[in-house]
Design a protein around this ligand. Structure first.
Ligand SMILES: [Zn+2]
Length: 138
């Protein structure tokens, strides 16, 4: 069975496409992901308002993991993806061979919802990931 524990906490769907849920400070315009109650930049309480973040970003850095956490099929790519609004998102990347040659710093990636891992009950745990723009599948 597929389960979606991150939906409505970290991402939502609009017309079947996911977007990450961030928050933006009313006073200093800082944008955070995940959502925050207190602004990490100006430390104003109650100034953060929910915002929809861009579905595309750029690879800031990445690594291919050959030893994974329990339930994760290796090898796989993890990356920091920078969104136009500013947040730097730690995420798995799929849709390409899990190799150092598959990605480049600065490559454009898009948000998808895909399988992250199997849990102890053999559920497929689904969550947000990025994939290279133009990749056919997750
Ligand atoms: Zn602020």
């Amino acid at each position: 069975m597929k389960i979606f524990p991150q939906e409505n906490t970290y991402y939502r769907l609009r017309n079947g496409k996911p977007y990450l849920i961030g928050s933006k400070c009313r006073y200093c315009d800082y944008v955070a992901f995940p959502r925050k109650v207190v602004c990490p930049a100006c430390v104003t309480k109650g100034s953060m308002e929910e915002v929809e973040l861009s579905q595309r970003g750029k690879i800031d850095t990445f690594s291919v993991l050959h030893i994974g956490a329990p339930g994760f099929a290796v090898p796989y790519i993890v990356a920091y993806v920078v969104l136009p609004e500013g947040p730097r998102i730690f995420s798995m990347v799929s849709g390409c061979e899990p190799s150092e040659k598959s990605l480049e710093i600065g490559a454009e990636v898009e948000l998808i919802v895909d399988k992250l891992r199997d849990d102890e009950q053999d559920n497929e745990v689904m969550g947000y990931k990025f994939r290279p723009v133009g990749a056919e599948s997750g």
